[in-house]
Design a protein around this ligand. Structure first.
Ligand SMILES: [Fe+2]
Length: 294
């Protein structure tokens, strides 16, 4: 395998050429793909003709199983869910808010694989925002302010019975399973050190961060609003365009993503697998080295 990596030119993102994902890979080949993934945070591998078993094998080569708590898997394929929208569907577009996948879990997925099966001729781009760059660009005073704060993450606004995908969400073709379990909360440091790269990334997101531990609602809402606006600034964003057979792999620890619409009247179908952590994450910034504010 001769792998060629073409950076997007944006703050993150690259395309990888010379990979056939319908075949098993040697450890050295997986290391090369992993290196590109960690370096560019989001990678696309186009022109792949994959069966579900191919996607499952590649996911297993990359890491342990992730968890998909609120989307039913494809029958017989417990790791795989469908991201689906029918041509005549009128529900709100799925995941059209900045987020990091399942950040409300105790151990959120390290990565996500998404494979384009049916891709509309217009619209449907995925936007990614580089959270290493977002952290680096914070002011010295903001870095100091948030260094030891923890965000409160929850799926309640999306997957509880009263959430966006809850009882009132009728006519959706995706197999979403809303639940009272979505009311649970989980704390994560606002700044996390990536366990594989050692780089610091901002870890809050509009979709799932609902407060800040130990801070009153008004103060937390104001601080989060400032961070949400900062972390999705145009200079951090890479726009990822889909094509049938494109496999995309992103790193939830250092990028946010959001869906975009613009393909009403067309079907869109992708297969998704989340990938768990290989290494233990520090529970708190207090366990890590002091924050550098240079
Ligand atoms: Fe997502």
């Amino acid at each position: 395998m001769t792998l060629r990596v073409e950076p997007s030119g944006a703050s993150c993102g690259a395309l990888i050429y010379g990979v056939d994902l319908s075949q098993p890979h040697s450890p050295a080949e997986i290391d090369a793909i992993r290196d590109a993934w960690y370096k560019h945070q989001v990678v696309g591998i186009s022109g792949q003709e994959l069966q579900i078993a191919d996607l499952e094998r590649f996911a297993a080569e990359l890491g342990p199983d992730g968890d998909d708590p609120f989307i039913a898997s494809i029958a017989g394929h417990p790791r795989v869910v469908e991201v689906r929208r029918e041509a005549n569907e009128t529900t709100v577009v799925f995941a059209e808010a900045w987020h990091s996948d399942w950040s409300f879990l105790e151990s959120p997925p390290a990565g996500t694989l998404l494979y384009g099966k049916v891709i509309p001729p217009v619209g449907g781009d995925t936007l990614f925002a580089d959270q290493y760059a977002a952290y680096d660009a914070l002011s010295i005073s903001m870095k100091a302010k948030i260094a030891h704060l923890r965000g409160i993450h929850s799926a309640r606004r999306s997957y509880s019975p009263g959430g966006v995908y809850g009882e009132r969400d009728k006519g959706r073709s995706m197999a979403i399973r809303y639940s009272e379990r979505a009311m649970a909360t989980q704390l994560h440091p606002l700044v996390r050190t990536h366990p594989e790269t050692g780089r610091r990334a901002l870890f809050v997101n509009l979709g799932y961060t609902i407060g800040i531990d130990g801070m009153n609602d008004a103060e937390a809402t104001a601080l989060l609003a400032e961070l949400f606006a900062h972390q999705s600034r145009p200079e951090f964003i890479y726009r990822h365009r889909w094509s049938p057979g494109l496999l995309t792999l992103w790193d939830n620890r250092c990028v946010l993503h959001t869906a975009t619409g613009g393909y009403q009247g067309h079907q869109r179908l992708l297969w998704r697998i989340t990938i768990g952590e290989r290494r233990r994450f520090a529970k708190s910034t207090e366990l890590e080295s002091p924050i550098s504010v240079d």
